[in-house]
Write a protein that binds this ligand. Structure first.
Ligand code: MLT
Length: 275
C-alpha cells in the first residue's frame, strides 16, 4: 500500500522548512452507488471502515437522500451522468473503482458503457445484468402508482421484509428501522424516477465479456429480491470476476454482514496498490 507521508509529499518552504502530511485522497477512489429507494446512508459502515485504503465517494442519487429531486422520468443514463458530473466536480478524472448495490449496479453498468476509460474496477453487490421482463416492467408501473396514490412509506413497508434475510429482519429491529428511515426519506419523484429508470434500462449481459477490469461480486446467500444465480451467471460471463457469497445476508449484504463484506472489499482494493 502507498504511504503518502514522505519526501515526495512534502513541500519545501522558506528556509528549507518541510511539512509532511497525510492525504487520504491519495487512495484509490471508489464511487459507491446506492440501491432503490435508499440513499448514501447505505454505505455508512464502508465509509467508516475503508477510508484508510480508499477515497470513498458516495452520492445520493437524484431524488434520493439529500439530493434534489427533479421531475420524472429518470434514466440510468441520467444517474450515470450525475455520477460523472460529481467526479468532475471533485477533479477526479482518472479511473475509479465503481461500486453499486442492486440499482446502483445498474447505474455502474451504464457508467461503464459511457465512460470505460474512467473505470479501474467494479464492485457489484446484490445486482443483476439483465433487463426487466415484461412482467417486472408492469410491476414497476404499479409501484409508481402506489407511490403517487399512497406515498413512499407504502413502498417502504412493502419492500422492507424482502430486503433483509428473514432472520435478520426478525432479530435486528434497529437495522430494520435504519433501512426504513432511509427509504422514507426518498422523495416521491425519486421513487417514481428510479422505477422508470429501472423499467427502461437496457440489458448489460451482452457487455460482460468485454468488461476486462477486476470485478468483485458480492451477493447475499439469502437474497429474496435478486437470486444468487444472477450473480453466478455474471461471474461466469465476466473475464476477471471473483464472486463472494455472503452467508446470513439478504439483499443488503454490506449492512447485514459488514465485516465479511468489508474484508472482501479491502482484499479486492489491495489489487490496485500492487505494482
Ligand atoms: C434495488 O434494491 O435497488 C431494487 O430493488 C432493484 C430492482 O428492483 O431491480
Amino acid at each position: 500500500m502507498n504511504d503518502v507521508t514522505g519526501p515526495e509529499n512534502s513541500s519545501a518552504g522558506e528556509g528549507g522548512f518541510r511539512m509532511s502530511y497525510e492525504d487520504s485522497c491519495d487512495r484509490v477512489p471508489v464511487l459507491l452507488i446506492h440501491g432503490y429507494p435508499l440513499s448514501n446512508m447505505l454505505w455508512d459502515i464502508q465509509l467508516n471502515d475503508l477510508t484508510d485504503i480508499s477515497r470513498m465517494i458516495a452520492p445520493d442519487l437524484r431524488g434520493h437522500g439529500m439530493t434534489d429531486p427533479t421531475e420524472p422520468p429518470y434514466s440510468m443514463g441520467l444517474f450515470a451522468e450525475d455520477c460523472a458530473g460529481l467526479l468532475d466536480h471533485l477533479g477526479i478524472t482518472g479511473p475509479v473503482v465503481v461500486g453499486g448495490l442492486s440499482m446502483g449496479g445498474y447505474v455502474a453498468f451504464e457508467f461503464c458503457r459511457r465512460y470505460p476509460e474512467r473505470v479501474a474496477g467494479l464492485i457489484l453487490a446484490a445486482t443483476r445484468s439483465g433487463a426487466d421482463s415484461a412482467e417486472v416492467k408492469e410491476a414497476r408501473d404499479k409501484a409508481a402508482g402506489v407511490a403517487i396514490a399512497e406515498g413512499t412509506a407504502a413502498i417502504a413497508e412493502g419492500m422492507l421484509p424482502k430486503l433483509l434475510a428473514p432472520d435478520n429482519y426478525e432479530a435486528q429491529p434497529d437495522l430494520v428501522d435504519f433501512v426504513r428511515e432511509m427509504m422514507q426519506e426518498t422523495s416521491e419523484d425519486g421513487v417514481v424516477g428510479a422505477l422508470t429508470a429501472m423499467r427502461d434500462r437496457p440489458a448489460s449481459t451482452p457487455d460482460l465479456p468485454a468488461l476486462d477490469v477486476p470485478v468483485l461480486i458480492l451477493h447475499g446467500a439469502e437474497d429474496q429480491l435478486i437470486p444468487l444465480a444472477e450473480a453466478e451467471a455474471m461471474a461466469a460471463a465476466l473475464p476477471r470476476a471473483k464472486l463472494v457469497v455472503v452467508p446470513g445476508a439478504g439483499h443488503l449484504p454490506n449492512l447485514e454482514q459488514p465485516e465479511i463484506f468489508n474484508d472482501a472489499v479491502r482484499e479486492f482494493l489491495e489489487i490496485f496498490y500492487e505494482e
